[in-house]
Ligand binder design. Structure first.
Ligand SMILES: Nc1ncnc2c1ncn2[C@@H]1O[C@H](COP(=O)(O)OP(=O)(O)OP(=O)(O)O)[C@@H](O)[C@H]1O
Ligand SMILES: [Mg+2]
Length: 535
């Protein structure tokens, strides 16, 4: 079906104008790529089409007829489904229960769902998942699944429900290249069947590979539309200029050039002091199964160590063990010479370990609280800061609110975070700005020695991605070590001084020279097909 937005504007409660008089067509039988920098209004437009938000002005027309959705249910029943930018599954329910909730909303299940129908649904969904080329235990609770599998469930649930129009808001951000390919294939097939796909992405290769039509939003307005995928570097540059404005785009292209140039720099950091030493580490997963198997790892000062691997091979458990969020079964862990194997997360954080989690909204911010409170809660926990932001009033130590606020404003400025006001809730920021805020929060401390960054650029626009990568490199030059866990192999190659490949709970390969890695060999190690070297 043909979806048209006509003169759509959206003003949020706090006065933020997210969309200004947007008129655009999303044609059926096409993958319509909706592009724009962080905060451009993409998710807002997507949510209006999906009935999640009502436009302040303007209308949505489907096949020429005006529709006025009062809720996502109205849109779903017309065959418009959305995968949100952020996980929306019920974490305490199993995969199949989540699928059933969806069918219920669609009006396909009448009355109270019975156990027998649950089993039937489970089998059908399982079959469907297999036919799509995935393997998921549908009886597992969603919270116990890795981020990529959650995202796959969200997408497959929508495909399973046979929606006419699919809106995918950065829906492949957590997927491995192989999983992403499978999703592309399926979505292209649905497109060929004549369905309407609205695809929001920040991945340049995705734009080149699957888009049939480009729609660029900038600061709430449609600034460019074109048929077909950009096939040349010039066309891509043109799109980037529309996304960021010509001047910004120029700077940003230069930063890309800069970043590739630095890769070749062999820094030989293995002589530096050891910041993190892990010996014979064994860590169990959520189900008691051994996920990290006698793993050894050393990170030297100022080094960026990339950790490659297909999600689910123990990376998450390893990271959680390092930052102190998961118990270690056996083995040792030393942070700057101190045994932290049994230390709580807070203690490690005070010792200078910083964690940038993949699941930002759940683990890195308190979404309902203000920007200032989020920053304050973190900063006041660092010993040196506590002194800095405390003033004595009549002999009593009190938080220096004004000082803290001034510092927050300064830091947010430094990290280029765009936000409505320092006391606005975190949830009013766009996805990319939340990530920049998380980085600002954890990095703006004076005692950082090790940063554990999990998917640090997922969901960020091209420009912010390159800013974050430059920042990580900047940190490493200041002598801060970084453990970079990423499903973006190009990111790993671009940043890592040393690249490790994790498979089945072990480090199966170490590349000390990341400038000349054979991608085929690397993929083989990721898939467990390479010969084992080291442990
Ligand atoms: N619930 C909200 N309340 C107030 N302002 C909001 C809310 N959601 C989004 N905004 C603001 O509306 C503007 C557009 O946000 P939107 O989330 O649509 O951007 P986006 O293009 O999806 O960005 P990103 O690529 O970072 O996800 C931003 O300025 C954002 O801060
Ligand atoms: Mg968005």
């Amino acid at each position: 079906m043909l979806i048209v937005a006509e003169g759509v504007s959206k003003v949020y409660e706090d006065g933020v104008v997210a969309l200004k008089d947007v008129t655009v067509e999303f044609k059926p039988g096409r993958i319509n790529c909706l592009l724009g920098e962080n905060g451009a209004g993409k998710s807002t437009l997507a949510k209006i089409v999906a009935g999640v938000l009502e436009p302040t002005r303007g209308v949505i027309k489907i096949n020429g007829r005006e529709v006025h959705f009062k809720s996502p249910r109205d849109a779903l029943r017309m065959g418009i489904g959305i995968v949100y930018q952020y996980p929306s599954l019920f974490e305490d329910l199993t995969v199949v229960e989540n699928v059933m909730v969806f069918s219920h909303i669609l009006g396909k299940l009448k009355g109270i769902a019975k156990w027998s129908s649950l089993e039937k649904e489970a089998r059908r969904f399982e079959e469907f998942v297999r036919a799509m080329g995935f393997r998921i235990d549908v009886y597992r609770k969603v919270y116990s699944l890795p981020a990529n599998i959650k995202q796959i469930v969200e997408i497959l649930r929508l495909l399973y429900a046979q929606m006419n129009t699919l809106i995918l808001d950065e829906a492949t951000s957590m997927l491995t290249p192989l999983e992403t390919e499978k999703i592309y294939e399926t979505v292209c097939r649905l497109r060929d069947e004549g369905r309407n796909v609205i695809w929001i992405t920040h991945k340049p290769q995705e734009v080149r590979q699957i888009c049939d039509r480009v729609v660029v939003l900038r600061r709430g307005r449609i600034v460019y539309t074109a048929e077909g995928a950009p096939s040349t570097a010039e066309e891509m540059d043109k799109i980037i200029s529309y996304m960021f404005g010509a001047e910004e785009a120029e700077k940003f292209k230069q930063s890309i050039l800069m970043s590739t140039r630095q890769v070749a720099e062999a820094r030989g950091l293995q002589q530096a002091p050891e910041v993190l030493v892990i010996k014979n580490l064994r860590v169990r997963g959520d189900y008691g199964d051994l996920k990290v198997k006698d793993l050894n790892l050393v990170i030297w000062k100022g080094e960026i160590v990339g950790l490659a691997g297909i999600a689910g091979h123990g990376q998450r458990e390893l990271v959680e063990a390092i930052v102190g969020l998961r118990k270690v079964e056996t083995g040792e862990m030393h942070l700057a010479g101190v045994d932290v194997t049994k230390s709580p997360a807070q203690e490690r954080s005070k010792a200078g370990l910083v964690y940038i989690p993949a699941e930002r909204l759940k683990k890195a911010v308190a979404i309902e609280l203000s920007i200032l409170l989020n920053l304050a809660a973190h900063w006041l926990n660092v010993p040196s800061n506590t002194i800095k932001f405390t003033k004595k009033v009549a002999g009593m130590p009190l938080v220096d609110y004004e000082g803290l606020k001034a510092h927050a404003v300064e830091v947010l400025g430094k990290f280029n975070v765009s936000y409505p006001g320092i006391t606005a809730p975190i949830k009013s920021l766009s996805g990319g700005n939340i990530q920049k805020l998380v980085l600002a929060k954890v990095l703006e401390r004076d005692n950082v020695i090790l940063v554990v960054a999990e998917e640090p650029t997922a969901g960020l626009d091209f420009k912010t991605t390159s800013e974050v990568r430059l920042l990580l490199r900047e940190l490493s030059k200041r002598g801060i070590s970084i453990l970079l866990v990423s499903s973006d192999i190009y990111e790993l190659l671009e940043l890592s001084d040393r690249l490790l490949v994790m498979y089945d709970g072990r480090i199966v390969k170490e590349y000390r020279d990341t400038a000349s890695i054979d991608m085929l060999e690397l993929s083989k190690y990721m898939l467990g097909l390479g010969a084992r070297s080291g442990s």
